[in-house]
Design a protein around this ligand. Structure first.
Ligand code: C5P
Length: 401
């Protein structure tokens, strides 16, 4: 199964912010995803957490000093820096950020950051005033100038009891940033992929709409997999409960007409378009500006008109088009017909009549059919794994054009 974090060597530098408890969760998430996580604790971080908290999760020695001759860092002070695929400092205090900006190497973390040739990511966490102080801002600017990645902080509740900027971003978000950095030279690097997701909502009046059961999960999984492979991703989505994939440009739309505009615009310079959205085929002829009143009428006949077919309208020039065919019957025949009628390269067909797969589920089972007549059944897989397979085929067509 594709896994961008598998066997990646991640050095996690943890500094003395109260937010360092989140680093334990981060280490756990990275380890569970298959990464080799080596933790360096600064002296102040050791006031908050013991090395054992990390050691029990990572199953690796935790570096606490440059001068411990029993540890690898004491014998070879740049060993971690050399083997790292990425060095992540999370949480990063104002003090550590200042030290990195000045190139100080008076502890194991400073030495590693200075010596590594791997990408470095710093996730600040501190009081709002400390973060906004000219000194910290200048230090952060220096880090950025040197190509160090910054992720966060966010606005939220701070340890001081106040609400403001300075909160460490969530471990899940940090993990997503790590994936983005590690994947940036992947096989889709330099390609722009537009993905649509979610179900469109066609207004009848200001409070009522016609929609469908699409959760958006398949489209979001495609966006995530494309980001993991280095693509630049524009995700055109209706509002969903899902969090925006880190690194994607998200364009929020409501109805089929909005989605049409966004897709046509974004596809102009794109290499691939994957229409995973469940776009309404019909929209009300008229949408009332006021809430329709309950009257004495026993019935309400709503007149619908066809929406423009978005994927069929997009030019195929230099663009690989992938459509979905959510069917409840004659899945294959309908999918093959769609390739011709919409001028597609690939159709992903699934039977949405099953509860285990399709709408709302984390898994799916699809048949990937292409314009060369190849038919491939994926079997039951996670939507992310299916996304990977769809992108494999998309990339193949991109290379051939
Ligand atoms: O024709 P049908 O709606 O079954 O086709 C589904 C495929 O076409 C999906 O990829 C969907 O996103 C796309 N579609 C579209 N514009 C529409 C309706 C569907 O691009 N108006």
């Amino acid at each position: 199964m594709p896994n961008i974090l598998a066997d990646k060597k991640i050095v996690l530098g943890v500094t003395g912010s109260i937010a360092c408890y989140k680093a334990v969760d981060l280490a756990s998430k990275l380890k569970q995803a298959g990464a080799l996580v080596e933790v360096i604790l600064t002296e102040s971080a050791q006031q908050f957490l013991s090395p054992l908290s990390f050691n029990s999760i990572t199953h690796q020695p935790v570096v606490t000093s440059l001068f411990d001759t029993n540890s690898e860092a004491g014998i070879n002070h740049v060993a971690l820096a050399r083997r790292a695929d990425i060095v992540v400092v999370a949480p990063a205090t104002a003090n550590t950020i200042a030290k990195i900006a000045n190139g100080q190497a008076d502890d194991a973390l400073g030495t590693t950051v200075l010596a590594t040739e791997a990408p470095i990511m710093v996730c600040p966490a501190m009081d709002g005033n400390m973060y906004e102080s000219p000194a910290t801002q200048a230090n952060i600017a220096t880090l950025k100038e040197r190509g160090i990645h910054l992720a966060g902080p966010e606005v939220g509740h701070l340890a001081s009891g106040q609400t403001g900027i300075g909160r460490l971003i969530e471990p899940q978000q940090i993990a997503s940033h790590i994936r983005l950095i590690l994947g940036r030279n992947g096989d889709l690097a330099g390609k722009k992929i537009v993905v649509s997701a979610g179900g469109t909502r066609e207004s009848l009046d200001p409070v009522r709409e016609i929609t469908n059961r699409s959760s958006g999960k398949m489209g979001y999984a495609i966006a995530e997999a494309a980001l993991d492979r280095g693509a630049s991703v524009v995700l055109v989505s209706t509002p969903t409960n899902l969090s925006s994939p880190v690194g994607a440009t998200v364009v929020l739309v409501k109805d089929a007409a909005d989605m049409y505009q966004a897709i046509i615009t974004e596809s102009k310079d794109a290499d691939g378009l994957v229409m995973a959205a469940a776009v309404a085929d019909w929209q009300p002829v008229a949408s009332s500006g006021q809430k329709a009143k309950k009257s004495n009428k026993k019935t309400w006949a709503i007149e619908l008109t066809q929406t423009p077919d978005i994927i069929a309208s997009v030019s195929t020039k230099g663009l690989i088009k992938v459509g979905f065919a959510a069917e409840t019957e004659s899945v294959l025949q309908n999918a093959e017909a769609k390739i011709k009628s919409k001028n597609l390269d690939i159709v992903v067909a699934n039977d949405v009549s099953s509860e285990q797969i399709g709408f709302g589920s984390d898994n799916n089972e699809v048949t990937i059919i292409d314009r060369l007549g190849r038919v491939e059944e994926t079997g039951l897989l996670s939507k992310y794994d299916i996304a990977w397979q769809i992108l494999d085929r998309t990339l193949e067509f991109m290379k051939a054009t």
